[in-house]
Write a protein that binds this ligand. Sequence first.
Ligand code: TYD
Length: 133
Amino acid sequence: MTIQKYTFPQHMDDRGVLVAVEQRKDIPFEVKRVYYMYATPPDVRRGFHAHKTLDQILICVKGSCSILLDDGTEKKTVTLDQPHEGLSVPRHIWHEMYNFSPDAVLLVLASDLYCEDDYLRSYDQFLTFINGE
Ligand code: TYD
């Protein structure tokens, strides 16, 4: 499994830093939805699903967190702690998010609207789905 990370340009001057992310330019898809998580207690692990068709980019815009990525064969963990870095979580990748720092804000850019039917919420369902592909 190849981990795809994006490093977005930091427009830095004496006023601070500004980062812009443009669809189909800085990331490969059109963004139809943005959501974010914060105030996550340190012992919480969330996610525990994969998607059938959804592609996502995770950006920890404040603080830090860890992401487990699992393609059904191989597992990798990535730490996100840079507000100008994005992690690709494409379709068909089981993912879990954990180790949130108290100040963490995890922003997600998603290629489609929220749709419960797109979720593979059990690991068995995930394996069955990817092995049938
Ligand atoms: P959930 O899928 O449980 O989050 P996670 O995968 O991180 O464990 O989502 C939490 C709640 O938020 C659940 O009630 C569904 C809702 N939700 C939306 O309404 N829209 C969204 O875009 C997302 C991602 C979740």
